[in-house]
Design a binder for this molecule. Sequence first.
Ligand code: SF4
Length: 364
Amino acid sequence: MRATFPHMGNLHISLKAMLQHLGVEVVTPPSCSKKTLNLGVKYGPEFACLPMKLNLGNFLEAYEMGADTVIMAGGCGPCRFGYYAQIEHAILKDIGCNMELIVLEPPSRYIFELTGKIKQITGNKPLWQVIQAICYGYQKARALDEVEIAAFKSRPREMAAGLTDAACRKALKLIDRAISWREIVEARKIAGKTMAGIPVDKDRAVLKVGIVGEIYTLLEPFTNLNLETRLGYLGVEVDRSIYLSEWVNDHLFMGLIKGLRSRKEASIAAHPYLRHFVGGHGQETIGNAINYARAGYDGIIQVFPFTCMPEIVAETILPVVSADFGIPVMTLIVDEHTGEAGVMTRLEAFVDLLARKKEMKEAL
Ligand code: SF4
């Protein structure tokens, strides 16, 4: 088996580590690019959402590199995610890419089906080895998230433009290269020191913006046009409502690791505005926006792919949250036609608005 998987931010680093730990040969697709998108747009249905098109592009690029098996998550619930794997498989078959598809359904609903699929992937490796590999991948995911969180804080305060990006690249490479438990612990420590060593102006006044929305567009910088980095350069400290390790803790570990934000907390916060699951992360978008407002953030940006149903539901509720909590909200909808200049203009205007609002508040 030469396995591949979709790209989603830094996910490939921990997924690759986990699979290789189990002796699976991995073909990591190239990072998402215009070529990936063009492939997905060419072969995917026009009205499918952007993540589906990019994933299809990832699989086609990995196929060219020799991958023969696709491993991807499945889903259930009101949005289209639940049948994307099957559609992508049918498309691949139609265009002559004979790849096997292994869909990992959510463990909370299909635990025996999931263990069966894991056996298939790992060639029936003992359970303790699978658990060890998952923990190993998780350690990497946590280390990667720590680097990103540190970058969000230092970028708007860095003494020279680009210092954070350079430190980030170095730290991510270290984590990626670690091939044993001991090496990951060491890499995590060095990565932390690297990020903490970025020269920053601690007294610089910055704005704080919480980013909420659909998971793929939040985690994959190609889809959100490097939103977090752009905001950092505009003097904004950002926080993302979903990190990979939090998602793993919520969905795979059932919240076993304490001290991380959870889906449940966000759902409780959303309750006065949206009381039920609407698919994807729609309900969490509302809850997280409220949590950011309560934490004193200056603004909120919601980002999601064009036609994403759960986020459209959330989008209709966010103006009420904005009015009730007095916090400006901007919505950014992305698809293959989204242009960099348009996004940049909107971001600059939003940041100006937040800065003026803050100044007026401080003058009172
Ligand atoms: S959550 Fe949105 S973007 Fe993701 S599969 Fe569902 S509809 Fe598409």
